[in-house]
Design a protein around this ligand. Structure first.
Ligand code: SF4
Ligand code: SF4
Length: 100
């Protein structure tokens, strides 16, 4: 059973201007990513918006593999700040999972 955290989006938004809700899953970013990060960014953004913290945690490798090169962002038709959103997710991960 997948547990949902309805506060997840709000918790992530504490760390910056997270605008993943503008993504309409067109797939342009996935097609352009030089790292072949198929899960990034659209699926990860969806996990965040839907409160699926477990799925977000499973995507940890992809989140930290992103080069923040902005190749995807430059071509996003919705103006999603992809690299900034990834940076915000990394901060969230640090606070939520790695802080001692
Ligand atoms: S290019 Fe932009 S709108 Fe399209 S899936 Fe990626 S983040 Fe979403
Ligand atoms: S910023 Fe990250 S997700 Fe976007 S194209 Fe570069 S490596 Fe891929």
């Amino acid at each position: 059973m997948i547990r949902v955290n309805p506060q997840l989006k709000k918790e992530i938004e504490r760390y910056g201007d997270f605008n993943a809700n503008q993504c309409f899953s067109c797939g342009t970013c996935t097609a352009l990513c030089p790292m072949g990060l198929k899960i990034l960014p659209r699926e990860i953004f969806r996990f965040s918006l839907l409160g699926s913290e477990e799925k977000l945690k499973e995507a940890e490798d992809a989140i930290y593999s992103c080069l923040l090169c902005r190749m995807c962002e430059a071509n996003c038709p919705q103006g999603v700040k992809i690299s900034e959103n990834i940076r915000i997710l990394r901060t969230y991960f640090t606070e939520r999972f790695f802080k001692i």
